[in-house]
Ligand binder design. Structure first.
Ligand SMILES: [Zn+2]
Length: 128
């Protein structure tokens, strides 16, 4: 049986809520394996997202709507930030049976981290 999360947390819904800019940045984070310790329990997804700082994110369904929080400055303003996007994408990939993305050499290089706006990596491949 599909959970409410399966219905509400999709690539399309994230694009609607977060907007293209955050989705693009979140993709870069997810592709780089920045989403760590992702767990789903009692209908809530929790993860730590590594970047300049480590941020804690939580996504759950409340009254049939997505309820989310990240402790970064953007998330504290109630927005669906890039960390939330990265977590959502990592969760979607797990749902589709993909193994979790491990940290890539891009992260090890450091110079490209965090990815510049319009980050051009997705699923470990360069695009554009
Ligand atoms: Zn955040």
């Amino acid at each position: 049986m599909k959970s409410d999360l399966n219905q509400l947390l999709t690539a399309d819904s994230m694009l609607n809520i977060a907007g293209y800019k955050f989705v693009e940045r979140g993709e870069g984070y997810c592709a780089a394996g920045a989403v760590e310790d992702i767990v789903e329990s009692r209908g809530a997804i929790k993860a730590t997202v590594a970047g300049t700082h480590n941020y804690k994110v939580k996504i759950q369904v409340y009254h049939n709507e997505l309820d989310y929080i990240c402790n970064c400055p953007v998330g504290q303003r109630g927005l669906f930030c890039k960390h939330l996007v990265a977590t959502g994408l990592a969760w979607l990939q797990e749902q589709q049976g993909s193994p979790p993305v491990k940290k890539t050499k891009y992260m090890a290089l450091g110079a490209q981290w965090p990815f510049p706006v319009g980050g051009n990596f997705f699923m470990g491949k360069e695009y554009r």
